[in-house]
Design a binder for this molecule. Structure first.
Ligand SMILES: Cc1cc2nc3c(=O)[nH]c(=O)nc-3n(C[C@H](O)[C@H](O)[C@H](O)COP(=O)(O)O)c2cc1C
Length: 170
């Protein structure tokens, strides 16, 4: 979507030591939830680069299964994102939350059983063969359009699998 709007996107892992953040106009960080938490590397990245982040357009989005629930799928209602924002002093200019993918067969025995248990507790799908993508791609597109509108100019580059950084080289 962002590339279709004539931007260049660079997708990089959060722990890429060679990232030259100054080369980007817009930085988007995305992180998924594992057992109630975002990866600690995300906190480290934000703490280390907060000043640079604040001097650029920026955004943060969280991906988790709890966001499958209509009452927990916005930045104002998703408990993981709310908790995360309390733990950091960076205030992202744009926020989003997306439902993630449930794929029991891809998990090891321990994770599968744990996630089935969590899903049972939260009245979700517990069939070990289930593959369900809870992502609302229309919402993802809307977020991407928002980012494009903010940076309707030139190129865009980005960071992450787990964590993305998108930006427009100056
Ligand atoms: C080991 C594991 C633990 C997870 N724990 C949670 C959790 O506590 N809460 C939640 O909402 N989603 C949880 N999820 C769901 C992930 O956040 C979701 O599947 C996401 O799409 C995973 O994206 P990733 O594989 O790119 O990290 C968990 C997934 C895995 C594999």
């Amino acid at each position: 979507m962002i590339e279709q709007q004539n931007n260049i996107v660079t997708l990089l892992p959060i722990d890429n030591e060679t990232i030259a953040l100054d080369d980007f106009d817009n930085i988007i960080i995305g992180a998924s939830i594992r057992y109630g938490k975002h990866n600690k590397k995300v906190y480290e990245f934000i703490n280390k680069n907060q000043e640079i982040l604040e001097n650029k357009e920026n955004a943060f989005f969280s991906v988790n299964i709890v966001a499958r629930k209509p009452n927990k799928n916005t930045p104002e209602t998703n408990p993981y994102l709310l908790k995360f924002l309390k733990q950091i002093s960076w205030k992202p200019k744009n926020l989003a939350v997306f439902g993630g993918k449930l794929d029991y067969q891809k998990y090891g025995v321990f994770d599968r059983q744990m996630i089935r248990f969590i899903m049972w507790l939260t009245k979700g799908d517990t069939d070990p063969k289930s593959v369900i993508e809870y992502t609302n791609w229309e919402e993802v597109d809307k977020f991407a359009k928002l980012i494009c509108n903010i940076h309707n100019k030139t190129l865009t580059r980005s960071i992450s699998p787990d964590m993305e950084c998108i930006s427009n080289p100056q």
